[in-house]
Structures are given as C-alpha cells and as structure tokens.
Design a protein around this ligand. Sequence first.
Ligand code: B12
Length: 177
Amino acid sequence: MVHSQHGLHVLVCGGASDAHTWNLVCLQLLLEEAGHRVTNLGPCVPEELLAQECLTHRPDAVVIGSVNGHGYQDGLRAVRRLRREPSLAAVPVALGGKLGVDGVRDAAAADALRAAGCTAVFDDGDLAAFHTWVGGLAGHSAPTRTTADLGVRAGATADLGARTRATAGAPTGGSRA
Ligand code: B12
C-alpha cells in the first residue's frame, strides 16, 4: 500500500450498539485506496472507549458507521462525548449509514447530529459524497465521483458488499443474520 503525501490518519468505528462489521471494512478499503491510513476499532465501540482511543491515536478524522438503524442515538452520544475533550473539539467527525430504522432519510436527525458536533452526516450512506468530503479534508481536490465510479474503481469494495449480502443467509456462511 502506498500512502499519498497528503494521506490522513482516519479512525473508523461502529456505533456502540452496532454489531455490523462489513461496512467498516468497506470504509477502510475506500479510505486506504484514497491513500489514507486507517485505525479500525471495529463494531460496538462505546463512546468512552472511542474518546480514549482518539486521545491515544490523535486521528485527523473520525468516521462512525451505522447499519443497524441506531446511528442517530449512537452518533449523538459519541460526538457529544468527543466534543467534551478540549483536544478533540475540532477533530472532524463524520457519521454515516442508517440513522433510523424506518428506512427514510431524516433531515431533522441529521441537523441534530450536526448541532451536537458532527462535521458531516451522510445519512444516506453516500460513499461518493463521503469520498469527496475526505478528499477536501486532506487538502487536495478529490475528483467528483459517483457511487458507480467508486464501485468500478474499488471493485473489491463493491464485491464485498455483494458477497456479504449473498452469503449472509447461507447456512455455512458464518453469518447469523
Ligand atoms: C450480516 C448482517 C448481520 C450480522 C453482522 C455480522 C458482521 N460481522 O458484520 C449479524 C448477524 C451480527 C447481524 C445482526 C443484526 N442485524 Co443485521 N444484517 C446483516 C446483513 C445481512 C448484511 C449487512 C452487511 O454486512 N452488508 C455489507 C456492507 C458492506 O454493506 P452495508 O451494510 O450496506 O454498508 C454500507 C452502508 O451501510 C454505508 N455505511 C455504513 N456506515 C457508513 C458510514 C459512512 C461515513 C458512510 C459514508 C457510509 C456508511 O456504507 C456501507 C458500504 O457501502 C443485513 C441485510 C443486508 N442484506 O444488507 C442485515 C441488517 C443490516 N441487519 C439488520 C438487523 C435488524 C439486525 C439485528 C437487529 C437483528 C436482530 N434482531 O438481532 C442485529 C443487530 C445487532 C446489532 N447490535 O447491531 C437490519 C437493519 C435494519 C435497519 N437498519 O433498519 C438489516 C438491513 C436486515 C433487514 N433487512 O432487516 N446482522
């Protein structure tokens, strides 16, 4: 892996209640492909642990993923906890994935998360927008890309989602969904 000159150190994790991991792998691959360094804390990260890991690693950005539909509650607690640390008051924090369980975008929830300290909220899990946002943080203009572009360029990432969905119901797939 070759890191770009402007690569960031990004800390990735799932919300405290969220046991799903493949979205985090997907985000890690996307970030690494863009030349960033990733510390992936994995799923079910309580806000206190997240704050301690941020104080230890001093990341350039924090990315919180949500799949189980509790992104709003998990994210609110996490960002409030991070913002209580003076040295983490300015670290960019992005939250993405599913904010709620009803499957619709919730502008009020996204606004509340931003008001609590989230720098960016990708409540539709828009990876192309996320890619552009991270490129902006890194100080270089990321070319505008569609999700389809990313699927082609990050073939492994796209395959990962498809494979995970395809095998999740298989008896030997190791998944309990
Ligand atoms: C595998 C799986 C599990 C496994 C997870 C194993 C593991 N190690 O990851 C297990 C069995 C643990 C599990 C448990 C549960 N699951 Co589940 N699970 C799935 C399943 C089949 C696949 C999820 C997956 O890995 N997808 C692959 C990844 C790569 O894709 P993705 O999840 O879409 O991730 C993308 C987006 O989420 C987005 N994204 C996510 N975070 C972020 C962050 C940013 C910044 C951005 C930009 C984007 C982004 O980008 C990702 C990449 O494209 C889905 C159904 C499905 N077919 O999707 C249900 C699903 C996610 N599970 C669901 C549910 C309800 C549960 C349980 C509550 C079930 C239960 N009653 O116990 C529990 C929750 C446990 C918990 N505490 O979180 C629901 C969620 C419904 C909702 N959100 O409204 C789903 C959709 C099934 C369904 N149709 O009902 N699950």
